[in-house]
Ligand binder design. Structure first.
Ligand code: TEU
Ligand code: CA
Length: 681
């Protein structure tokens, strides 16, 4: 293609000779006139970007991601037009004019892709989740049908019409398996049975059936980094002679230390629920690893028998009709060398969880899971990955080499944690958050992002990122939904988020139930901190903020249960509840229903390229999504003060407004927490 030649030619899905010629869908070796093998494995996926990430253009690991891509070296990733990642970690903005780029490419024998044949990769049938919206149910707190104050499966069955009305495509169900509930079910003692607290296997079969009847899929929570210490596998493993003796991480006491005494732990790893991550077991005479609570011993995935047992269990659930898995802390299953880590100042332990994340055998283990369980079954597989990186996430979710549909990354939900401490919360840093969004929207490449602000481990977003005062609660809840749901990726709605539920006014130790929160309080008090000094931080950062009962109506126990619930209902249920909001077309509920509809109706929302505008503006969160010649503009004021739109934004005054939180009095001014989605073309 001669310099300056329009890209339209390429829309006929060919690439000019000399820069490698591939017809869409074709894959073959490409030769340069000097005979070097240029392209060993290349596939132009229908509707996808030109070459799959499996294409090794110049050398292994080179990935071609989008138009104007220039590949400069092994492992180089091109993030977006003109932006070049020279090699992992090194980014250089390439604003050179095409012909200069071309010359450079020719000299450096680099393939220059000048446009995307078909802009966005349309969802292949086995990638339905690229167009889906997921709703997370935390069973303990959703709805109680048998009056014991704890939510259950029959309670969920009683509210499926509500989920159909919201329009969601998938339900992610947090654990309902047999469990002593030390960590509310994330400590499983039998993977193939339902805890009587929540119901029976018949109840779950009914839930699968009734959801499917409504065209809604069910994703189960897969908690296999650890089991409960009451799981038969662990009880057996405590016997060093048993065939399962190596199913967990057992180590002798530290050299020269009396087993069971402080400091005798094998190495200085700290647990996420603080304190040492190693517990002495007198019966076995050794320590076992538990990254989370003492009742959550880590499984030894190095042992192939462990992997087989887990894959068999996963296939058992798939045969029962579930449509995929959300995989709990799945990037912790491959452990690093068991050796001391750098001490976290003032603690005597190493609390850096990221050191235990994304170990050397992650792709081995996930690859085996993919081959033995996931492959070719049209499933959704979401990996929860605390401490993972953009590069790692891109590798796990790459459609041709990765094993997962998407991951839950944690970078954004740690942004307001002072020194990584979730109980020492700052104001929400919007400018940093926008930059984080840009990095992941651009950097995930061929992979795919999950989109979330809330889940059962995070405080309520309207209180944390928005403004939960009576004046602005509704508007900020809606606008947080707008800025999240208009991004590229799969959005997750956590129960109550669609109502704008807020944090709870926790005041005393007795108000909390969460093991992480109570452990942190007791640990801080052991270190001499007065409870009243710790409580305010706990109230802000506790996971219990997400776990207060669902507010169905303004009545007794907010319609969650007839008897006193396991965790107190938020006193603002009389103002914030589903029944009232369903009746009010201006409610947060109906705003979320429209957000879900917009994603279902608009391909540009599902697949359009993301571009951030005004990155450094403290008040405004503005971006576009572009798909071919379609473009939408998202305008949001993320502050409690009016914001004037600066000059230089795409002209949108006369454009079709697809969604708005406020009557538009002045197109150039956004009211506090006002947001609009506008169709530019
Ligand atoms: O959470 C993993 C995780 O890293 C954190 O969210 C963690 O819960 C904690 O808040 C760290 O500050 C998953 C589950 O989502 C969580 O509910 C479980 O407690 C945890 O794993 C262990 O299974
Ligand atoms: Ca119940």
């Amino acid at each position: 293609m001669a310099p300056g030649e329009s890209t339209s030619a390429l829309e006929e899905s060919t690439l000019a000779v000399g820069e490698s010629t591939l017809a869409l869908g074709e894959s073959r070796d490409a030769e340069f006139d000097d005979g070097t093998a240029l392209l060993r494995r290349g596939t132009a996926l229908p509707g996808a970007q030109v070459l799959s990430s499996a294409a090794e253009l110049l050398s292994p690991g080179a990935v071609l991601l989008s138009p104007g891509a220039v590949l400069l070296s092994p492992g180089a990733q091109v993030l977006s037009p003109g932006v070049v990642l020279l090699s992992p970690g090194v980014v250089e903005t390439c604003t050179k004019r095409p012909e200069t780029l071309r010359a450079r490419c020719r000299d450096e024998r680099i393939l220059l892709v000048t446009s995307i044949v078909q802009s966005a990769r349309d969802a292949r049938p086995d990638e339905w989740w690229r167009s889906a919206v997921v709703y997370q149910v935390y069973p303990r707190s959703f709805a109680d049908a048998n009056g014991d104050g704890i939510g259950d499966i029959k309670g969920i069955l009683g509210h499926l019409d509500y989920l159909s009305m919201l329009g969601v495509d998938v339900v992610w169900l947090s654990p309902v398996y047999t469990s002593p509930q030390d960590d509310n079910g994330y400590d499983i003692s039998d993977y193939q049975d339902i805890d009587p607290l929540f119901g029976t296997l018949d109840d779950i079969d009914k839930l699968i059936e009734e959801l499917h009847d409504r065209g809604i899929k069910l994703v189960m929570d897969l908690v296999v980094n650890h089991t409960s210490d009451e799981h038969a596998w662990f009880e057996e493993s405590r016997d060093p002679e048993s065939p399962k003796s190596d199913w967990y991480w057992w180590r002798p006491a530290r050299e020269g230390h009396e087993p069971g005494t402080p400091g005798a732990e094998p190495v200085n790893w700290g647990s996420a629920f603080p304190g040492p991550a190693w517990q002495y077991d007198a019966a076995r005479g050794e320590y076992f690893l538990h990254i989370f609570s003492r009742k959550q011993p880590d499984l030894n995935w190095e042992n192939p028998e462990v992997r087989t047992a887990i894959f068999d269990m996963m296939n058992w659930w798939l045969e029962r009709g579930v449509d995929g898995f959300r995989m709990d802390v799945i990037n912790l299953i491959s452990k690093p060398e068991v050796e001391d880590g750098p001490e976290t100042p003032g603690t005597g332990l190493c609390y850096d969880l990221s050191r235990l994340a994304d170990g050397p055998r992650m792709h081995d283990f996930l690859g085996e899971m993919y081959e033995s369980v996931l492959k070719g079954k049209n499933l959704i597989a979401v990996g929860e990955m605390p401490g993972t990186t953009l590069e790692k996430a891109a590798s796990y979710t790459d459609p041709t080499t990765g094993e997962l549909s998407m991951v839950f990354q944690f970078e954004h939900v740690d942004l307001d944690h002072r020194a990584g401490n979730r109980f020492d919360v700052t104001d929400w840093p919007w400018v940093e958050y926008k930059k984080n969004v840009l990095r992941w929207q651009d950097g995930i490449g061929m992979g795919w992002n999950s989109l979330y602000l809330e889940n059962h481990d995070q405080p309520r977003s309207v209180s944390r990122m928005g403004d939960d005062s009576p004046q602005f609660r509704q508007a900020s809840a809606k606008t947080l939904g707008t800025v999240l749901h208009m991004l590229r990726g799969t959005p997750y709605i956590y129960q109550g988020e669609e109502l704008g539920m807020t944090n709870y006014p926790f005041e005393a130790e007795g108000d909390f139930r969460d093991i992480e929160t109570l452990n942190y309080l007791h640990h801080a008090m052991q270190l001499g901190a007065p409870a009243e000094a710790v409580l305010p931080g706990l109230a802000k950062g506790t996971r219990d903020n997400a776990r207060t009962p669902m507010q169905w109506d303004g009545g007794v126990n907010a319609g969650f249960s007839e008897t006193g619930p396991w965790l107190a209902v938020n006193p603002n249920a009389s103002e914030i509840n589903a029944v009232d909001q369903i009746k009010d077309p201006e409610s947060v509920f109906h705003h979320y229903r429209r957000l879900v509809q917009l994603r279902h109706d608009e391909e540009v929302v599902r697949l359009g390229e993301f571009a951030l505008l005004l990155p450094d503006d403290e008040q405004l969160f503005v971006y576009t999504r572009t798909l071919g010649d379609e473009q939408i503009l998202v305008l949001a004021n993320v502050s409690s003060r009016p914001a004037r739109l600066p000059l230089g934004l795409p002209d949108h005054g006369a454009c079709e407004v697809l969604l708005a939180t406020h009557e538009i009095d002045d197109v150039d001014v956004l009211a506090p927490w006002e947001s609009r989605v506008v169709r530019l073309s």
